[in-house]
Design a protein around this ligand. Structure first.
Ligand code: UD1
Ligand code: CA
Length: 460
C-alpha cells in the first residue's frame, strides 16, 4: 500500500450561512461538519497524515478536532483551493504515495467512495483521479472537460466557462486523489490568471496534462454524497439524511423505532437488540442503551447509560446518568449530573434527581427534588419531598437509609442523615439526624376547635 496523506480544506467562512460561526463548525447528525470529514479521513490513514487547513475561527476548529491528533495548517487569507493546498507543503512531511484532497463542508462523502477513488487511482495508472458527477443543474460548479479517451483534460470554473462549456452537466466535486510527488512538484505552477484572481487547484488538471500525465474521472452515481453545504437549508437537509441513515442502521441491527422519521440519534450512540424507541425520542452524545430497554415518546437522553431492560417513560430527560437493569424512570422525570438508578428503583412524574444515587428498589414516584443525595435500598420517598441541598453558598449532602419512609411534603435540610428503617411524618421540616428505626416529626401539632366554624358563620 502506498502511503496516503489527506488534506482537508476548511478555511472558508461560508458567507451564505449568514453566521458568525465558521461554516465547518455548524452541526449536522450530531457532529460538526468538519468532524465528519476528519473521522472519515481517519478510517483511511494515520492522524499525522491528515492535515486540516484552517482559517476562519481557526482556534475553535482546532479545539473541536483536538482529540483526533491531526495536523493543522493556517491559511490566513483564503486565496483559493490551490493556495490552501500550497499551505500544506511544509506540514505534509511524507511526499510519497497519494494525496487526497477533501472539503470540510462535504460531510456525506462515504469512506467506501474514497476507497473506490484509491482503487481507481491504482487501476487507471493515471497521475490523478477527480470525482465527478452528473447533475441536472450544473450552475456554479467547475465543468469537466474530457478527451476522446474519456480522460479529464481540464476543469473549467463556471465564471470562466464558455456558453458551450456551461452546457456540460458533468461537474467537478472538488475531491481528488493525486500522485503525491507530481502534486508537490507542479503545485507551484498554478497561477492566478482567472476571473477571481485566485489559485485554483483545478488548474492542476491542465498542468498535469501539459506535462504528459493523465487525469482519470471517477463518476459517482449518487450526487447527494457530494453535497456541499452552503446555506442552512442545505445544513438541515444533510442533517436529515444523516439522521435517516443512523435510524435505519439501528433498525437493521435489531432496534424497534416507531415513527423513525421523528427520532434523532447521534453518531456516537449505541443501542442493544429488541430495545423499543418511541416517537420523537432524542438520543444524544455518547448515550449507550442496552437490549430490551424502552425509551418513551419525546424523551431526551444525553450521555445516558441504560443497562439491559431499563425503562424510560415518555417526556423524560436523562443527562450524564445511569439506569441499571430493571430501573424505571418517567414519565416527566429529570435526571442529571451522575444520577444513578439501581436495579428495580422507580422514579416517577415530576421528580428531579441531581448527583443522587437511588438504591435497589427505592421509589420516588411523584413530585420530588433529590440533590446530592444517597437513597438506600427500598426506601420510599413521598410526594413533595425536597432535599434542601443549597444554603446559598455551598451544596450539602443528604443520606437516607435503606427501607426509610419519607412522608409526603417533607423538607430535609442538608447536611442531614435519615437512618435505616426510620419513618418521617408527612409535612416535616427536618434539620437534625434521625436515628435508625425512629419516627421523626418536624411540624406544628394540629389543634381542633370544635364548633368554631359554625359559631363564626352565625356571628352577627
Ligand atoms: C470548487 C472547485 C469547483 C467545484 C466545487 C465543488 C476550485 C477552483 N473549484 O469551487 O470546480 O465544482 O469546488 O464544490 O477548486 N477553501 C479553503 N481555502 C481557500 C479556498 C477554499 O480552505 O482559499 C475551502 C472552502 O472553505 C471550502 C472548499 O475549500 O470548504 C471549497 O472552496 P469553495 O470556494 O467553496 O470552492 P468552489 O468555488 O465551490
Ligand atoms: Ca463551495
Amino acid at each position: 500500500m502506498p502511503s496516503l496523506t489527506i488534506l482537508i480544506l476548511a478555511a472558508g467562512l461560508g458567507t451564505r450561512m449568514k453566521s458568525k460561526q465558521a461554516k465547518v463548525l455548524h452541526r449536522a447528525g450530531g457532529k460538526s461538519l468538519v468532524e465528519h470529514v476528519v473521522d472519515s479521513a481517519l478510517e483511511l490513514t494515520a492522524p499525522d497524515h491528515v492535515c486540516v487547513v484552517v482559517g476562519h475561527q481557526a482556534e475553535k476548529v482546532q479545539e473541536v478536532l483536538a482529540s483526533r491528533g491531526v495536523r493543522f495548517v493556517r491559511q490566513t487569507e483564503q486565496q483559493g483551493t490551490g493556495h490552501a493546498v500550497l499551505c500544506c507543503e511544509e506540514s505534509a512531511t511524507d511526499k510519497t504515495g497519494r494525496v487526497i484532497v477533501l472539503y470540510g463542508d462535504v460531510p456525506l462523502l462515504s469512506v467506501a467512495t474514497l476507497r473506490r477513488l484509491l482503487e481507481m487511482h491504482d487501476k487507471s495508472g493515471a497521475a490523478a483521479v477527480a470525482i465527478t458527477t452528473i447533475v441536472d443543474d450544473p450552475y456554479g460548479y467547475g465543468r469537466i472537460v474530457r478527451n476522446q479517451a474519456g480522460d479529464v483534460t481540464g476543469i473549467v470554473e463556471h465564471k470562466a466557462a464558455t456558453d458551450e462549456q456551461r452546457r456540460i452537466r458533468e461537474i467537478n466535486a472538488g475531491i481528488y486523489s493525486f500522485d503525491a510527488p507530481l502534486l508537490w512538484r507542479h503545485l507551484h505552477d498554478i497561477g492566478t490568471a482567472n476571473p477571481a484572481g485566485e489559485y485554483y487547484l483545478t488548474d492542476m488538471v491542465e498542468i498535469l496534462n501539459a506535462n504528459g500525465h493523465r487525469v482519470a474521472p471517477l463518476v459517482v452515481e449518487d450526487p447527494s454524497e457530494l453535497l456541499g453545504i452552503n446555506t442552512r437549508v442545505e445544513l438541515a437537509l444533510i442533517d436529515k439524511i444523516m439522521r435517516d441513515r443512523a435510524v435505519r442502521e439501528h433498525m437493521l441491527a435489531g432496534v424497534t423505532i416507531e415513527r423513525p422519521e421523528t427520532v434523532t440519534i447521534d453518531a456516537g450512540v449505541r443501542i442493544g437488540q429488541d430495545t423499543v424507541i418511541e416517537p420523537f425520542a432524542r438520543l444524544l452524545g455518547t448515550t449507550v442503551i442496552g437490549g430490551n430497554c424502552h425509551v418513551g415518546a419525546c424523551s431526551i437522553l444525553e450521555n445516558a447509560r441504560l443497562d439491559d431492560g431499563a425503562t424510560v417513560l415518555a417526556f423524560t430527560m436523562v443527562a450524564d446518568s445511569h439506569l441499571a437493569t430493571g430501573a424505571r424512570v418517567g414519565p416527566y422525570s429529570r435526571l442529571r449530573m451522575n444520577a444513578e438508578i439501581e436495579s428495580g428503583a422507580v422514579i416517577g412524574n415530576f421528580v428531579e434527581l441531581k448527583k443522587t444515587r437511588m438504591g435497589k428498589g427505592a421509589k420516588a414516584q411523584h413530585l420530588a427534588y433529590l440533590g446530592d443525595s444517597t437513597i438506600g435500598a427500598k426506601a420510599n420517598i413521598g410526594a413533595g419531598t425536597i432535599t434542601c441541598n443549597y444554603d446559598g453558598r455551598r451544596k450539602h449532602e443528604t443520606h437516607i437509609g435503606a427501607g426509610a419512609f419519607i412522608g409526603s411534603n417533607s423538607t430535609l435540610v442538608a447536611p442531614i442523615e435519615i437512618g435505616d428503617g426510620s419513618y418521617v411524618g408527612a409535612g416535616s421540616v427536618l434539620t437534625d439526624a434521625v436515628p435508625e428505626d425512629a419516627l421523626a416529626l418536624g411540624r406544628a401539632r394540629q389543634t381542633v376547635k370544635a364548633g368554631w366554624a359554625k359559631a363564626k358563620r352565625e356571628e352577627k
